[in-house]
Design a protein around this ligand. Structure first.
Ligand code: 5GP
Length: 179
């Protein structure tokens, strides 16, 4: 396998600062909440969720969902079909919930999740997203806490993969199709 080094788009330090900022904002906004549930979407969100959860100064717990993917790491852009393959362990009815996502591209995944979770009648439902690609958006998606807006490139690192590679890179890098 050839050695590919993704080009840095967002540095480790920029990510660390942004996660601390997001953690501060969420802690301030939920100061009166005694059990905030962070819902991570596997696999991509596991690193961002772990970093974010440790920046919070309020009581919080974590839970996970997994959704079907197409191929190794393709976007859902062909038809927007999303399927749940692992549900939450906890009942979120009456609870304050933040969905933590690594990336929003077309928006289909997050809008599916929000519809699915809203039907369970949480006390509140918000979203925290590490990166989004505004140029690629096809459906409106509510993003309450955003890390970075990026151009239409394939990014890896911080939980994001390219055919299961590069998830644990400490920065967000770009891989080009010809790599
Ligand atoms: P959606 O198009 O539904 O907003 O996003 C679908 C999924 O496509 C994301 O959850 C993510 O798994 C994947 N995806 C979209 N763009 C990228 C990217 O630049 N890098 C990686 N690793 N995954 C992406």
């Amino acid at each position: 396998m050839t050695e590919i080094v993704p080009e840095v788009l967002i540095s480790e330090e920029q990510i660390r600062n942004k996660v601390a900022e997001l953690g501060g904002r969420i802690s301030a906004d939920y100061t009166d909440v005694d059990d905030l549930i962070l819902v991570g979407i596997l696999k991509g969100s596991f690193i961002f969720l772990a970093d974010l959860a440790r920046e919070l100064t309020i009581p919080r717990s974590v839970d996970f969902m997994a959704l079907s993917t197409y191929g190794d790491s393709e976007s859902t852009d062909t038809d927007g079909a999303v399927r749940m393959i692992m549900d939450l362990r906890r009942n979120i009815t009456g609870k304050h919930v933040i969905v933590v996502e690594d990336i929003v591209d077309t928006g289909y995944t997050l809008s599916y999740l929000l519809r699915n979770l809203a039907a369970r009648q949480p006390a509140s439902l918000k979203t925290c997203v590490l990166v989004e690609k505004p140029e690629r958006r096809e459906v409106f998606t509510q993003i309450d806490y955003l890390g970075f807006s990026i151009p239409d490139v394939w990014v890896v690192g911080c939980g994001l993969d390219w055919a299961e590679r590069f998830r644990t890179l400490p920065y967000i890098g770009v891989v080009r199709p010809e790599d």
